[in-house]
Design a protein around this ligand. Sequence first.
Ligand code: MD6
Ligand code: FE
Length: 216
Amino acid sequence: MTELLEATGIMLPAREDMAPGAVLLRGRALVLEADILSALASVTAAAPFRHMTTPGGYVMSAAMTNCGAAGWVTDRTGYRYAAVDPETGQPWPAMPESFRRLANEAAADAGYAGFMPDSCLINRYLPGARLSLHQDKDERDFTQPIVSVSLGLPATFQFGGRRRADPVARYPLRHGDIAVWGGPSRLFHHGVLAIKEGGHARLGRQRINLTFRAAL
Ligand code: MD6
Ligand code: FE
């Protein structure tokens, strides 16, 4: 099959449908890898990773930061998008052009032409960190998709349905893979299983995820 690419020895389809409106694009970020990694270093130097607290009082195991006009934050008062980084008191770093372009082009590949993200949440998972099953529902406009870029250590992505109790499928995510979900699956539950110990050639002992949203 021509629609196969090799990643760490295991063949995966270049494109996989997870649900109606939800698609996995294997290796899609690699065309812009160098630009994305250098822009990532600039953003995280200006807005360092930090562990946020959920409204329920739990410290999240993934460390987070943001770039773009709006950044997703959580504290004891709730989840929201904020224009200013509560740690630095400064606006979040501007969204790098390479980020905007990658998100826009991946969304178009997935069937969502014209995606203009105003928010990029950046998650850093060290081995053991995880993200429990949840919906992304703090955005204003659910007609716009979510574009999620995986970098560094591999992860197992969980993708369920509209209801929390719906069946959940598991997909391996590797460096460069992009998941896009929107339309009928925009509010589907998803999560990330605990990251396994390891080292990545470019990023070392961590997984980085870029989650693009049209939030405002
Ligand atoms: C991922 N992250 O790390 C997917 N959603 O592959 C998310 O789904 C996510 O990290 C909302 C808030 C933070 C997140
Ligand atoms: Fe999410």
